[in-house]
Structure formats: C-alpha cells, structure tokens
Design a protein around this ligand. Structure first.
Ligand SMILES: [Fe+2]
Length: 440
C-alpha cells in the first residue's frame, strides 16, 4: 500500500479549504472568544491545525528546522475538555496577522514536504507506512468537527449563515422498533496490515463473543426523550449514577444542552436558528443523560462490541467475523443517501430518513446523524502500542472516565467512517453531536 502522493496533497488542500471556510464564518470580534469554557479560544485552532501538521510531519518526521519555536509551542496542543481552566492557561495570544503568517508558512512547508520528500520509510518511527502523513490529515478532519460544535455555542449574530441553508425539520418521529441480533462474534479494532492507516487505539484486531440482544432500529428521538424530561427524569436520582446525579444537581441540569425552554414548549438550538424542537431528530445528549434515559426505560446502552455487531456484522453469519462489512450498508461509498455525515448538513436530520444506510440487520443511521454513545469505557485493546507520531493521542485518556462513541455525526468527514475508528468523551461532556440508542 504505497502512499499516493497526489491523493495526500489533494486531501491536505481540501482540509485546509474547509478549515478556512469554517474560520471565515466568524466575524472578527469572536476571534479571541472561548465558546466552550473548557477549550481554547478560537485563535488557538487557526494556528494549531497547520502547526500540528508542520510539527508532526515536517519537524518531527522529517527533521526539518523550526519556523517559530514560540508559536509552535503555543499552538502545540489542545486540551481535554475537563482539564480545568484552573490550570490557568493564560497565554497571550498573538494578533491574527501573526497567526495567519505562521499558518501560511506551515502550510507551505507541509505542501512542499508532501510534494517531494520521502514520506514512507519502513522502520522509521513516524514514517513507517507514512503514519505522520495520514495522522496529520485525519487530525485536521477531526478538528473540523470540534470547531463546528464550538461554533454551535456562539450566538446567532456571531456567525455568518450560509446562503440558502435551512434545517430539515419536517418528518415524523419513527415508531419505537426493535431488531433482534442473534449471538455471534464482533470484530473490534483492526490489524495494522489491513488498513492504510489507523490510530493507535484501533490496533490490533480482536474479537468478542456477543450474546443475543435487541437494539432499537432508530436513535432515540427528541420525541422519545421528551417523555423522560417531562416525566421528571432529571429530578429523580434513581436513573443516574451517583456522580452523574451530583452533576445534575450542582449544574442544575434539567434538559439536553441543545434544548431550550420557551413559553409553552421547547426549542432546539440549531447552528443558525432556534427551531421548535424537531421531534423526529435524534436527541443529542451526554453519556450521563443517555444512560439515565436507558435506565428509566429499564434498558441499557449498547457495548462497543454490540455496536460493532449491529453495524458491521453480516446477517446469517454468526461465526468468525470474516463477513464483516466495510460500512453498515456494505461496500458502497459513503454517499449522501446513506447517511448524514461529511458536512452535508449543519444540523441533524430526521431519524430513519436514510434507509439506504441500514446495516445487514436493518438498523438505521449507525453511521451518521450523531455519534452513538456506548457503555464501554475507552481502553486499549490487548497489544496496544502508543503511536510514535502522536504518543499522547489515546494513552492520556485511558482513565476510565471516557466512554467510546462510534459512528459519525453530520460534521464527521467521510474518511473517518471505518469500522475500527473510535471516538471518546467524558460522560458529562454535553457539547458533542452525540446521540444513542438502547439495547435489551
Ligand atoms: Fe489537535
């Protein structure tokens, strides 16, 4: 699997164009603001994206000299949402022209490296199988989702709305349907040799024997979750773990972050509008809220292995996993009719509106329209080895406090839709485009 230099270059440029468009959505006055208190201000990300690419590929990978050591350090790393603000990150951020000049130089050096350096060096810690190249490309794509959920928290007058965009709010909430999945084997992770690139937490492949279970065909919708909210779910400690309940009480959490109360009803805070709560959309909630809802219904969240089996298992084959699919729908490319991903929409769309993306068992929207929370704490597979090009990528988060999310959201690039891809967040982090479904 030799690296396709042209494809890497064009992906890099495509990434940079999209990032530029995302920054161009914002007026100057929000540039130093911090839409989510636990993350860096917006300025950081404009420097971080090209800075990380330069640092990882050009400086660390190819051993080239610095552009500006101070800025490289400043833009080196994001923060885990929860490392508290208390560690007092008070960098004095440079003015925007300086950030852009640094970004332009970093871009030029990365493009130059992608154009003519030897990027694939067997046995090299960062360049074996061109790890640093794929790493920087996926890193930027993943950050674009982070940017979008940060932009989501800005005021409606703090971002420019793309012309002609309107959320798809029509659609009826699908009925509560259940699908039986027989006992069988699920594949978790993937072998290094089987894919051009994966993050360290995806390796190696392992299998899990999954007992029979039933899973909801659709994500839990706002309509379904409304019954929990209005039935007093946020006022009853029985449905919450002790820690989650402390959070509900201390933060006075009363409903999903994306919902707002208005006279006599509920609104959903979309990217550009407040809209009457779209009952047919998947609900976006934290892991804590998803787990509480499931407990209230006397059900539970799926494990990571159950998700894998529901999404990628081949109906009729219970055995070795040899029949695993590439996507929930099979082999075909990730197109718009198969799911809500790859920046096709700024908001979710009605649950069940992409039946062409159903898995072998008929479970819908497993990739797209919102990440799927699992009950599985984020942990390494047996044989895990931290990657040399980004050693802290996963290892810093194996602390039992983060839960695995699978699938994709509207803001997840199509390149990240592989069965082994794992995302993770803290259980009470409410900002992400994450939904869930229950199993029993
Ligand atoms: Fe980053």
């Amino acid at each position: 699997m030799a690296l396709d230099r042209e494809a890497a270059l064009s992906w890099y440029r495509r990434n940079r164009d999209r990032s530029r468009q995302l920054f161009d959505m914002l007026p100057e006055q929000v540039y130093y603001s911090r839409p989510i208190a636990l993350r860096h201000p917006i300025v950081f990300y404009e420097g971080h994206l090209p800075g990380f690419s330069f640092n990882t590929l050009v400086k660390k990978g190819l051993g080239a000299p610095s552009i500006d050591p101070r800025l490289e350090t400043l833009f080196a790393r994001g923060i885990d949402p929860h490392e508290s603000q208390a560690n007092g990150h008070q960098a004095s951020w440079p003015d925007r022209d300086a950030v852009r000049a640094f970004a332009a130089e970093a871009d030029a050096r990365v493009i130059d490296a992608l154009s003519r350096e030897e990027l694939e060096r067997p046995g090299h810690p960062l360049l074996d199988r061109a790890e640093a190249v794929f790493g920087i490309l996926e890193h930027e794509a993943m950050h674009q989702e982070t940017l979008l959920y940060m932009w989501h928290r800005l005021g409606f007058d703090e971002k420019h709305r793309p012309e002609g965009y309107a959320p798809v709010t029509d659609g009826t909430a699908p009925a509560d349907e259940w699908i039986d999945i027989p006992a069988g084997r699920a594949v978790l992770g993937v072998d290094r040799s089987a894919v051009p690139f994966g993050w360290d937490n995806e390796f190696p492949a392992c299998t899990a024997d999954v007992p029979a279970f039933s899973i909801q065909r659709h994500n839990v919708t706002n309509a379904q979750f409304l019954a929990f909210v209005e039935g007093g779910g946020y006022k009853d400690s029985r449905w919450w773990s002790a820690e989650d309940w402390r959070w509900v009480e201390s933060e006075r959490v009363e409903h999903p972050l994306f919902w707002e109360r208005s006279d006599g009803g509920w609104l959903w805070r979309g990217m550009f509008d407040m809209v009457p709560l779209p009952l047919s959309w998947p609900v976006y909630v934290s892991h804590a809220e998803a787990a509480a809802y499931a407990r209230w219904r006397r059900m539970r969240l799926p494990t990571e292995a159950e998700y894998q089996r529901a999404a990628f298992g081949e109906a009729g084959r219970n055995g070795s996993g040899a029949g695993e699919r590439v996507y929930p729908w099979g082999e075909g490319p990730p197109t718009a009719e198969r799911g809500v991903f790859d920046f096709i929409s700024w908001d979710p769309q009605p649950a069940g509106s992409h039946p062409a993306g159903a898995s072998a068992w008929g479970v819908e929207d497993l990739a797209g329209n919102g990440w799927e929370w699992t009950s599985t704490p984020f942990a390494p597979f047996p044989g895990f080895r931290a990657m040399a090009s980004y050693p802290e990528y996963s290892a810093d988060f194996f602390d039992g406090e983060h839960f695995v999310m699978k699938g994709a959201s509207p803001a997840t690039a199509r390149e990240l839709l592989r069965p082994s891809f794992r995302n993770w967040f803290r259980g009470r982090y409410p900002y992400v485009y994450a939904t869930f479904r229950c199993v029993k």
